[in-house]
Structure formats: structure tokens, C-alpha cells
Design a protein around this ligand. Structure first.
Ligand SMILES: Nc1ncnc2c1ncn2[C@@H]1O[C@H](COP(=O)(O)OP(=O)(O)O)[C@@H](O)[C@H]1O
Ligand SMILES: [Mg+2]
Length: 276
């Protein structure tokens, strides 16, 4: 079993899970930590685009369905030494997600990242169940933060019924441009009742790197996105660089209060729905 298994999740899609998972994983791998990245977005895998690896005709689905073995499906990213399990682009077939725990038990890495599909499903439930950490990614808008809040409330409520120790949740606010209409980081911290682990800026280096099929941290190591990722990797114990994160400027107090008010109402509603 890996020392640290990190599920990267979100309420809504397109918030930057895969980008963050890929860049964290290659940063840790390059710094000498044995690291594996699982592309668990089984019907829409994309990790191979970010890493410049060839698309796979088999992957996680076949491993879970017992149609392939681990050695065959492990791909190595030559630039970083990251190990990767991709998913096949070819099917929408049912997957035996309940076998994910058994697969993870076989893995002996310092870090395993599971890049999950958005929202909640039995795949997410299994991934989270076997994780030490859950990284929740959202963007600074109401649909994304509300969906993240719903997902986290739901996962926590399900976990309460189990005897297993709950994973550690960390929250990432991505694509922050500092525009006045954005939900402010402090509003997110108030509603989730915890500090954000990273406020990651909107950065043009990200789409450029995806187009070039080279992870951002390698293509543009000095850009603001890469700096944020390196700080997170350092905080995970993988790299020895200072942890202090840069925050965007404050929103006006009325904007913040209004945002927190709406989110607080949603939080209360969610608590009622899940019966707490
Ligand atoms: N910090 C960022 N700055 C600019 N673009 C970003 C940033 N993070 C992600 N993106 C863009 O957002 C899109 C969705 O990201 P992705 O990682 O695929 O999201 P998810 O895995 O949550 O669906 C990608 O096209 C990527 O280029
Ligand atoms: Mg993704």
C-alpha cells in the first residue's frame, strides 16, 4: 500500500483537477519521490495529453475488470520518472470499481494520485474510501464552490457511518484572476470552515503547456501556476522550499458578506438534506 493516496475530486468538471494532479505528480516524481498517477476519469481520460504520452488502448478499466495486469499497464513519463496508469478512450463499459482497493493495496509508492471524474459516483466513493487525502478543487464561482460543498458534505456524511478513519481534506481554489465578481478565497474558507491549501492563479501557461504536451512545471517553471504547485508539493513533504502562499487582493466587505450569506444558506440546506 502506498504511503499517501490522494484522490483529486471536484463537484463540477473543468476546474483543473487533471492539470493540478499531473503537475503535482511530476513535481514529486522529479524530486525523487516514487510517484504514481492514476487517470481515473475512465470515460474521458486526459492525463496522457498533459504528459505527451501515447493514448492507451487499455488501462484502469481493464485492470479493475481483471483483463490486464499491472506491469503491462504501467507507463513511465521519461522526463520525470512518474509512473502512470491511464484509461482507455475506447469504451463506456461498466467497471468493477469495488476492486480499486485491492489494486491500491498492491502499489508500493510514496505517493499515488487518483485523478477522479467530477461529481459523486461509486468510483469516487471507492477512491476516497482508500485514500489518506482528498484534494478538493474548485474555481472562484458559485456553481463550482457550491458543487464542491455538496460533494464534501455528502462524502463526510457517508464516511461518518463507516468505522474507517476519515481522509484528510484539502481545498484548492484554482483559476483565480482577482476579478471583482469572483467568489473571494475568504468566503470559501468561511464556508468550508478551513484554510485553503492553495489559491492558484489563472495562468496562460496552462493551456500552452497542454497544447505542447509538456507539464507546466517543466515548460514554464517560473510561472505563477508552477510556483503554486511547487509550494503544494513542498507542503506534502516532497520538496524543501518555503510554504508561504500568495493571496489575491481582498474583495470589498459587502461583496464578501453577500457571498458568505448565500453559501451559508446552501450549507444549512445541505446539512438538512443529508440529515445532520
Ligand atoms: N490555473 C489555470 N489557469 C489557466 N487555465 C487553467 C488553469 N487550470 C486549468 N486550466 C484549464 O482548464 C481546463 C480544464 O482543466 P482540467 O485540468 O482538465 O479540469 P478537470 O480535470 O477538473 O476537468 C484546461 O483546458 C486547462 O487548460
Ligand atoms: Mg480531469
Amino acid at each position: 500500500m502506498a504511503k499517501r493516496v490522494v484522490s483529486v475530486v471536484s463537484g463540477k468538471g473543468g476546474v483543473g483537477k487533471s492539470t493540478i494532479a499531473v503537475n503535482l505528480a511530476v513535481t514529486l516524481a522529479k524530486s525523487g519521490e516514487s510517484t504514481l498517477l492514476i487517470d481515473a476519469d475512465i470515460y474521458n481520460p486526459c492525463v496522457f495529453f498533459h504528459l505527451g504520452l501515447p493514448p492507451q488502448s487499455a488501462g484502469l478499466q481493464e485492470l479493475l475488470n481483471g483483463e490486464a495486469n499491472l506491469e503491462e499497464e504501467l507507463i513511465i513519463h521519461p522526463q520525470s520518472g512518474l509512473r502512470c496508469i491511464s484509461s482507455s478512450m475506447q469504451s463506456y463499459e461498466e467497471v468493477k470499481v469495488e476492486r480499486l482497493g485491492k489494486l491500491l493495496d498492491k502499489l508500493d509508492y510514496e505517493y499515488v494520485f487518483i485523478d477522479c471524474p467530477p461529481g459523486f459516483s461509486s468510483l469516487i466513493e471507492n477512491a476516497v474510501h482508500h485514500s489518506t487525502d482528498v484534494f478538493v478543487v474548485m474555481t472562484p464561482d458559485m456553481p463550482s464552490s457550491t458543487a464542491a460543498l455538496k460533494l464534501v458534505s455528502f462524502i463526510k456524511a457517508r464516511r461518518k457511518k463507516e468505522s474507517r478513519e476519515a481522509p484528510h481534506f484539502s481545498f484548492f481554489l484554482n483559476r483565480v484572476a482577482g476579478a471583482p465578481y469572483e467568489v473571494h478565497p475568504r468566503e470559501i474558507e468561511t464556508i468550508f470552515k478551513t484554510s485553503l491549501s492553495a489559491v492558484i492563479p489563472e495562468d496562460g501557461c496552462v493551456p500552452k503547456s497542454i497544447s505542447a504536451k509538456v507539464p507546466v512545471v517543466f515548460m514554464s517553471p517560473g510561472c505563477s501556476f508552477s510556483k503554486s504547485i511547487k509550494r503544494v508539493a513542498a507542503s506534502m513533504g516532497g520538496m524543501r522550499i518555503p510554504l508561504v502562499g500568495k493571496r489575491e487582493g481582498p474583495a470589498t466587505s459587502t461583496e464578501e458578506t453577500k457571498g458568505v450569506g448565500i453559501l451559508e444558506k446552501i450549507r444549512c440546506l445541505l446539512l438538512r438534506i443529508i440529515g445532520r
